[in-house]
Every structure is written in structure tokens, then in C-alpha cells.
Ligand binder design. Structure first.
Ligand code: E4P
Length: 230
């Protein structure tokens, strides 16, 4: 399973890229709203275009999903075409609605990568795949918030994409904790997009900290030999 980072924070993106553990970046209007809000510590006080370009530069070569806000197909296609001029890394994110799927088809026919988002069922997934989605974002956390069995829904969608030999890549989104990552892995889905907090939590283990402390203490005994070369 590959990991994408679900974030618009330049610091988080740079840190994750340096760790060498992410293969893409996903953004959404709510994450951007938080970053645009100075009162909540947001840093985003330049145009969307400049901010998204900064995200692309922080993750060189990585696909960066940016969501349209238009409501009609025409508006979505226009926005998508505009976004895609900002960087070859842009993946246009469209909602899983009738207008969104028409925009997906239109953009895909122009060779633009599309991430169809807000998918919650096998039926929706079948339609998005037919419309030429490059990525399909299925929301684990929100399915569970709704009392649904996210594991089964996502496993079924993965199975369908494999059986139909569809090139659409399943992207598990709305992951909020490590247990969801572990269960997402066993659905067979190829990609999960994770918040930075979850990536950081995955890095940590108390036995690593304990072992490191022990090694640090023991190394003091022979530290004075370290730079001797005979
Ligand atoms: C996916 O692309 C979305 O940005 C994100 O994963 C949504 O997560 P949430 O349900 O925790 O808001």
C-alpha cells in the first residue's frame, strides 16, 4: 500500500517528503479553509494558485489533488483546466455527482488526471470508474461515522476494480487513526491518504524510545574510543 498525505500544511508536506514515505498529496476545501484562517494559526495569505504551487514545490513530482468548487459541469471543467495549468502535478478533484462525473469524463478526455471524491458505495464506484477517474476517493472514517462497515464497502470496491481490470486507482480517504490504516491495508486497496498526525503516530513505539535510551546510555561507556582510528 502506498501512502499519500492528506494535508495543505507546507511544513507537514516537507517533513513527510524528507521522511521519504509519501507518494502523493490530497487537499480539500475544508483543509484549505483551516489554513486560510489566520485566527486558527493558518498561514495561507496568498492566492490559491500561489499556495497550490508552493504545495507542488514542497512535494516535487508528486500528484497533488485540488478540488473544484464549481457546481455545474462547465464550472468544474473550467476550474479543472485552470488548476491543471498551474503544474503538471495537479490532479483535479471532482465530487461524485452527475455534474462531477460529466466533468470527470470531459477532463479525462483532455488527458487531465481526475480524483473522484466523496464515494461511499460500490454503485458510485462503478460509475466513477466508467467516467474515467484516475483516482477514486472512498471515505473510511465518514462511512464509520454513518454506522457502515467501511472495511466491506472498500474491499468490495477494490475487488470490482480488479475484476473489471479498470485502471482507476482506489484511494482510501478519511482515515483518522492507526487501526483504520491497518484495516485498510487488509482490504487490498493500493493507496491510503493519511493526515500527518496518523503518519507520525505510525512512526512511534515506546519500545523504540526505551531501546534508544538504553543504547545511548551504554554507548557512553565506549564513546571516548569513537574517533580513535588505531
Ligand atoms: C480526502 O481526500 C479527504 O481530503 C479527507 O480524507 C477527508 O477526511 P475527513 O473525513 O476526516 O474530513
Amino acid at each position: 500500500m502506498k501512502f499519500f498525505l492528506d494535508s495543505v500544511s507546507i511544513t507537514e508536506i516537507s517533513d513527510s517528503v524528507q521522511l521519504g514515505i509519501i507518494r502523493g498529496i490530497t487537499t480539500n476545501p475544508s483543509l484549505l479553509a483551516k489554513e486560510a484562517d489566520g485566527s486558527r494559526g493558518g498561514q495561507f495569505n496568498i492566492s490559491l494558485k500561489e499556495y497550490i504551487k508552493a504545495i507542488c514545490n514542497a512535494g516535487p513530482g508528486l500528484p497533488v489533488s485540488v478540488e473544484v468548487t464549481g457546481e455545474t459541469t462547465d464550472e468544474m471543467v473550467q476550474q479543472g483546466l485552470w488548476f491543471s495549468q498551474w503544474s503538471p502535478q495537479i490532479v483535479v478533484k471532482v465530487p461524485l455527482t452527475g455534474a462531477g462525473l460529466k466533468a470527470c469524463r470531459g477532463l479525462a478526455e483532455k488527458g487531465i488526471s481526475v480524483n473522484v471524491t466523496l464515494c461511499f458505495s460500490l454503485n458510485q464506484a462503478l460509475l466513477a470508474a466508467q467516467a474515467g477517474a484516475t483516482y477514486l476517493s472512498v471515505f473510511w472514517g465518514r462511512l464509520e461515522d454513518d454506522g457502515q462497515d467501511a472495511f466491506s464497502v472498500i474491499k468490495e470496491i477494490h475487488h470490482m476494480l480488479q475484476e473489471t481490470k479498470c485502471s482507476t486507482q482506489l484511494l482510501v480517504a478519511s482515515i483518522r487513526n492507526m487501526d483504520q490504516v491497518r484495516r485498510a491495508l487488509f482490504t487490498g486497496a493500493p493507496i491510503a491518504t493519511l493526515p500527518f498526525s496518523v503518519l507520525k503516530a505510525m512512526l512511534q513505539h515506546s519500545l523504540t524510545d526505551k531501546g534508544l535510551e538504553q543504547f545511548r546510555q551504554d554507548s557512553k561507556i565506549w564513546a571516548h574510543y569513537l574517533f580513535q582510528d588505531h
